[in-house]
Ligand binder design. Structure first.
Ligand code: NAD
Length: 319
């Protein structure tokens, strides 16, 4: 079996896990890792039994595919260089900081015939994958992703850091064009937005409210989907789905009888492993990945619209 030669660029918190997952794959030859911080690259290379490169051009010249796990502000520059060299790219989320940058990456990937996958990891969450079976015209969606403060990821605001995961999931669930959006958000601890809430109204009538915070006291990650005949609650922390079924008999008062079932997430739940296997499968088969550059751009476009609205509010009130 021919192994795909892979490299990882940026091996901080998340890039370390990318390198570990590739190192464990039979179909992959992890050629090496690069990080601006060479000591960090050496540390991760030693743990993954691979080579640390001091120059990423050398790593690029020896690989067929890369994961780019640098801070978001470098995604465009590093991605353009890798795609120009003909490499397939697994780009961490958000795809880029601006839409113009995303368009350049998508266009270059297309011209080069390269795979461009974006790391919207939650799509590979077994709980989200299992939802498919229960979805039946969502009417009202509530998502909450609130985390305790962590200095990592603060090169971008909470919308690009956290909320974009839920925007991507909601877009993939509702499958209808967006009609209007409303958002509010405030900067509390960092110089950019730390807490945010948004309302998305879709052309098919579905409404979603999305809340994200990186200054919460406890971590909560939950997705609630209300449909006519059922409600679904995904608790990412507890790793379970609650299904409230209203499709049966009516009570004496004419309300539907609710039957509640708790389902643990299926499988072992290693979303990153599933995501990177999906990428390698796309590299081998040349099939479009589930979350391509275009989907990454769609989520970014909405995130940027939300951010613009929040900034206007913050500027008006000098917050
Ligand atoms: P991090 O700060 O822990 O790691 C970034 C690493 O990149 C550092 O080791 C740094 O030295 C290195 N680096 C900086 N500039 C570089 C460059 N130009 N070339 C090579 N290396 C460079 O950050 P992180 O939390 O690992 O986040 C990295 C990316 O992953 C971000 O885009 C972030 O949004 C994304 N991320 C995604 C998820 C998810 O759930 N999909 C979760 C966390 C982070």
């Amino acid at each position: 079996m021919k192994k795909i030669k892979v490299g990882v660029i940026g091996v901080g918190y998340l890039g370390n896990f990318h390198a570990q997952k590739y190192a464990a794959m039979d179909r992959v030859d992890l050629v090496g890792v690069f990080d601006k911080n060479f000591d960090r690259a050496k540390e991760i290379a030693a743990a993954c039994d691979t080579k640390a490169f001091a120059d990423y051009h050398e790593l690029i010249s020896l690989t067929e595919a890369v994961s780019i796990v640098t801070p978001t502000t470098f995604h465009h520059t590093v991605g353009m260089e890798c795609l120009a060299a003909g490499l397939d790219v697994m780009m961490e989320k958000p795809i880029t900081v601006t839409l113009a940058e995303a368009d350049e990456l998508i266009d270059l990937a297309h011209r080069q015939g390269c795979i461009l996958q974006v790391g919207h990891l939650e799509r590979f969450n077994p709980g989200i994958m299992a939802l498919e079976h229960y979805l039946d015209k969502p009417i009202y969606i509530e998502s909450q992703r609130v985390h305790q403060f962590n200095p990592r990821g603060n090169d971008v605001d909470v919308v690009l850091d956290l909320m974009i995961h839920d925007i991507d999931i909601i877009l993939s669930i509702v499958k209808s064009p967006l009609k209007t959006i409303r958002s509010l958000g405030s900067s509390i601890v960092t110089s950019s937005t730390d807490v945010a809430t948004a309302q998305l109204l879709f052309e098919n009538g579905c409404t979603a409210t999305v809340t994200a915070s990186r200054i919460a006291q406890t971590n909560v990650r939950q997705l609630v989907i209300h449909q006519k005949k059922s409600s679904l609650i995904v608790d990412y922390g507890k790793k379970d789905i609650t299904v409230i079924d209203r499709s049966g008999a009516l009570t004496a008062n004419g309300y539907p009888v609710e039957e509640t079932t708790h389902l643990p997430f299926p499988g072992q739940g290693d979303a990153l492993k599933a995501e990177l296997h999906h990428f390698i499968h796309a590299v081998e088969t040349r099939q479009q990945p589930m979350v391509s550059g275009v989907e990454g751009r769609q989520a970014l476009a909405i995130a940027l619209q939300l951010i613009a609205e929040m900034k206007e509010h913050q500027a008006t009130h000098n917050l």
